[in-house]
Design a binder for this molecule. Structure first.
Ligand code: 3PG
Ligand code: MG
Length: 392
């Protein structure tokens, strides 16, 4: 993989820098800036070598439409303050933009193009769109490890048209995760939560053969409870998952991998309301499952106690409302306790998981924290991620 850190001649070169600035937003405010902070060294590196930087990123899932709430504006402001340079947010239609439209002001060094997922061509990995993006710059840098599992135009297809390099943070994360997975100690427990059910449910099958225990919490657990014929009310769920769940359970038996899912839950009538603990046979049609219950916390903590390695992506509940943060907090506390007496190696990853750990000041008690969630899980699967493959 060609890395930008070895390039000395970047003077006045236009660098198209793909970042993952997909930070958690709460009413337009950045709830956690980790993904921004982690790429600051790359921007400083490029500025020092006097490159001209064109930043590309997505935030959220606008699905090919302009969604004002998913503008990169607050992210641009945060970045500006942190690097103490002016950054122009270019909101013009990217498809009409020409290379000569950028950097006309004499001392303009950085521009940021508006959310790349406002264009449906991005997720379609559109060849013409990728070619056009490439035409804006001299070289391309992928410093977005956390979305390198997506074969999208600005991550994959673009590398066919322009000299392409890995960024500093991408190199750092791959090196760290490669080392961690090659030295991993058993028993290994993987906790998978969060709300992106469709992205993660298919990954589990491939993780069964690698780990001793898989703990399923968050949105995906709702699908399992439904499969087990429990009422899940208005909880988030994905359709057509029964086949894959069946395969997960049968493979886990064969491979002797323990699958843990909620024994009890915490529900609410709305996301911002109060919480109530419920047995699985007692959930009503108008309720949402928003966290695990106390029996489940106890079972998970017993398993963590027996583990030598813990890999965690995705919160156990809707922690943004403190009433539903208990599951995630208790899991974190148990990992910290084991970390302090050096009886566990702990790795956590993903935008929301990292936000949760930062909120409760727990990040320093983990051995490694990755910016990546879905990409982290696919890396653990042993897959070569499309965005990385494209750089090789
Ligand atoms: C993430 O948050 O994991 C990345 O930004 C990728 O987002 P996606 O799951 O919407 O592709
Ligand atoms: Mg995310």
């Amino acid at each position: 993989m060609r890395s930008i850190k070895n390039e000395t001649n970047l003077n006045q070169k236009k660098v198209l820098l793909r970042l993952d600035l997909n930070v958690p937003l709460d009413n337009g405010k950045i709830a956690d800036a980790t993904r921004i902070d982690k790429i600051l060294p790359t921007i400083k590196f490029l500025l020092k070598r006097e490159a001209k930087i064109i930043i590309l990123s997505h935030v959220g899932r606008p699905k090919g439409k302009v969604v004002n709430e998913l503008s990169l504006k607050p992210i641009c402001e945060d970045l500006k303050n942190k690097i103490n340079e002016n950054i122009r947010l270019v909101s013009r239609n990217i498809k009409e933009l020409k290379s000569t439209d950028l950097f006309n002001e004499q001392d303009e060094k950085i521009v940021i193009l508006e959310n790349i997922r406002f264009y449906e061509e991005e997720e379609k990995n559109d060849n013409g769109f990728a070619k056009h993006l490439a035409s804006l710059a001299d070289i391309y840098v992928n410093d977005a490890f956390s979305c390198s599992h997506r074969a999208h135009a600005s991550i994959f297809e673009i590398t066919k048209f322009i000299p392409s390099y890995a960024g500093l943070q991408l190199n750092l994360e791959i090196d760290a995760l490669t080392k961690i997975t090659s030295e991993i100690k058993r028993p290994i427990t993987c906790i998978i939560g969060g709300s992106k059910i469709s992205s993660k449910i298919n990954i589990i099958k491939n993780l069964i053969t690698k780990f001793n225990n898989i703990i399923i919490v968050g949105g995906m657990a709702n699908n399992i409870l439904k499969y087990k014929k429990h009422e899940i009310g208005k909880s988030i769920q994905e359709s057509n998952c029964n086949q894959i769940i069946e395969e997960i359970f049968s493979l886990s038996k064969k491979e002797n991998c323990k699958i843990i899912y909620p024994e009890d839950v915490t529900v609410g009538k709305s996301l911002d309301g109060p919480a109530e603990i419920k047995e699985l046979n007692n959930i009503s049609k108008d309720e949402l499952i928003l966290d695990i219950g106390p029996k489940t916390i106890k079972a998970i903590n017993l398993l963590i106690e027996e583990s030598s390695t813990i890999l965690w992506n995705g919160p156990a509940g809707y922690f943004e409302n403190p009433n539903f943060a208990k599951g995630s907090i208790e899991i974190t506390k148990k990992i910290i306790e084991k970390n302090k007496n050096n009886t566990i190696y702990s790795v956590a990853g993903g935008g929301d998981t990292v936000s949760l750990l930062n909120n409760i000041g727990a990040t320093k008690n983990f051995n490694f924290v990755s910016t990546a969630g879905g990409a982290f899980l696919e890396f653990l699967e042993g897959k070569e991620l499309p965005g990385i493959k494209a750089l090789n």
